[in-house]
Design a protein around this ligand. Structure first.
Ligand code: SF4
Length: 195
């Protein structure tokens, strides 16, 4: 049987950012992953940081996060060609690091992506993304923010649980799919208004 999930094509970081060394994560054995999927997609999904994309031999690899994300999308009727996935941190942390500093250092990269790509809807996964995008909001957590729409940099955004949390706690799967269905509805509403 064919593997039901796909490895999304990676988008290279813009010239000058591919070797970014602004924060301490550049000293760990990792590389900048700017994003993956359709760079012109209407839906931009934001995860905390990239998982492994290659195994030890350098072969492309589908991590659990990507697999669960695609499972949820399929259940919600979202096509992989309609999404672009990016990260709060563009490098995969390999060891302990100063989290607030790295998140603050990397945020301008995400802000640049939003300016350049102008997606129609944003969707964040997990508490780290929620807290980092809404630092002034008390209790900015998935539990508080999911199920309704907010605004980030002038774009609608909502949240759901991190795919790894869903893998660990299967009782979250139903909420995960529900939230992804709400994302699809929001996108359809915006498309409807614009046509
Ligand atoms: S995590 Fe972000 S800010 Fe830090 S070195 Fe990588 S690209 Fe630069």
């Amino acid at each position: 049987m064919d593997h039901p999930y796909v490895i999304l094509p990676e988008e290279q970081a813009p010239h000058g950012i591919e070797h970014c060394e602004i924060c301490e994560l550049s000293k760990q054995r990792n590389r900048v992953i700017w994003g993956e999927g359709n760079p012109k997609a209407p839906l931009m999904m934001i995860l905390d940081n990239p998982g492994a994309r290659e195994d030890r031999e350098g072969n492309s690899f589908l991590c659990g996060t990507r697999e669960t994300l695609q499972f949820g999308m399929r259940e919600a009727g979202i096509d992989v060609n309609d999404i672009y996935v990016t990260y709060l941190l563009k490098r995969r942390p390999m060891h302990a690091y100063n989290k607030p500093e790295a998140r603050a250092a990397c945020l301008p990269h995400l802000q640049l992506q939003l300016i350049q790509k102008q997606p129609l809807v944003l969707f964040g996964f997990g508490n780290v993304v929620a807290e980092s995008l809404f630092p002034d909001e008390e209790n900015a957590s998935v539990k508080e923010l999911r199920g309704s729409w907010h605004e980030f940099q002038g774009m609608p955004i909502s949240f759901t649980y991190h795919p790894l949390a869903v893998r660990r706690r299967p009782n979250l799967l139903r909420f995960f799919i529900e939230d992804l269905k709400a994302l699809k509805m929001k996108w359809q509403e915006i498309q409807h208004v614009r046509t």
